[in-house]
Design a binder for this molecule. Structure first.
Ligand SMILES: C[S@@+](CC[C@H](N)C(=O)[O-])C[C@H]1O[C@@H](n2cnc3c(N)ncnc32)[C@H](O)[C@@H]1O
Length: 279
């Protein structure tokens, strides 16, 4: 896409100096013992997607994951979903993320949760991952594709790393039925050059053309409006000790703009499971 933000520009948007120290200080202020953290304690700051930890748990149930499932969390951020899947379902999760500060902080939080055996971090792009073909049973993505303009290349790469019979499990923000510009910044983009939303129909056409078989497809826009409305309300006064504002500048304004986009149908939120058919 011409004029789209470069990977370094996307990285810079998500970068925060000394993020690990900031998060540990905030957790301490909130009264937590940072030498022994529980994965669920981190939910206010490590689930960087609409609906937070309940949305991750709902997606996990939809996906029906078994213990030992090898998962790639593409664009997995701080690893909130990864630790949840490890604790709640016994999965082994590799988090791949472009933002080195998220990978570093995520690895430290994982160690402090005692989950280093099940959750590991790799810093890099989901468009050109370093993994062998068919290395994973599941590719998981929550709100990680909005900065990726090359959707066909992204889906081809996800297909490549999935074993035949494996599943792509998605919870993504897509374009909505009403055309028109968004107000910026939003939680995934500081400006239009960073946002690459495409309509749900385009996603489905792309998936079908690659050979993915659709197992489920649910429109979660209505509950997302309610969840983002509640979050926006919590961000109007003084900010809580723990929250996604620790990860990104201008988070209250980004959330208010996202809420407006949801309310005016400029964006939609979809949860889906696709399968790479067995050969
Ligand atoms: C809104 S956050 C979501 C993080 C995480 N999935 C979660 O739900 O907490 C978007 C994430 O996608 C990552 N990202 C964006 N483009 C990427 C790419 N091409 N490859 C890997 N990660 C990417 C960003 O670095 C960021 O951590």
């Amino acid at each position: 896409m011409d004029g789209f933000a470069t990977p370094p520009e996307i990285q810079a948007q998500y970068h925060r100096d000394a993020l690990t120290g900031r998060l540990l200080a905030a957790l301490t202020t909130a009264g937590l013992d940072v030498s022994r953290l529980g994965a669920a304690d981190l939910a206010p700051l490590d689930q960087f997607h609409t609906g937070g930890r309940p949305a991750t748990l709902a997606l996990m149930r939809t996906a029906g994951l078994a213990a030992g499932t090898r998962i790639l969390d593409a664009g997995g951020g701080l690893g909130g979903a990864a630790r949840t899947l490890a604790v709640e379902a016994g999965c082994r999760v590799t988090v791949l993320d472009l933002a080195s500060s998220y990978c570093e902080a995520g690895a430290e939080l994982t160690t402090r949760c005692g989950l280093g055996e099940l959750v590991t971090f790799v810093c890099g792009s989901a468009l050109s991952s370093p993994f062998a073909g068919a290395a994973f049973d599941v590719v998981w993505t929550q709100h990680s594709t909005m900065n990726v303009a090359e959707k066909p290349a992204l889906l081809r790469e996800m297909w490549r790393v999935l074993r035949p019979g494996g599943r792509l499990v998605m919870h993504e923000v897509m374009a909505g039925p009403e055309p028109g510009p968004l107000a910026y910044p939003v939680p995934w983009a500081s400006n239009p050059a960073m946002s690459a939303l495409v309509p749900p129909e385009r996603w489905r056409d792309l998936g079908q053309s690659l050979g993915f078989r659709e197992r489920s497809w649910e429109d979660h826009t209505a509950p997302s409006r309610a969840a983002v409305g509640a979050l926006a309300a919590r961000l109007t006064g003084s900010l809580p000790a723990l929250g996604l504002h620790l990860l990104l500048e201008d988070f209250p304004l980004r959330t208010a703009n996202y809420l407006r986009a949801l309310e005016t149908d400029r964006v939609s939120v979809i949860q889906a499971v696709w399968e790479r058919p067995a050969e």
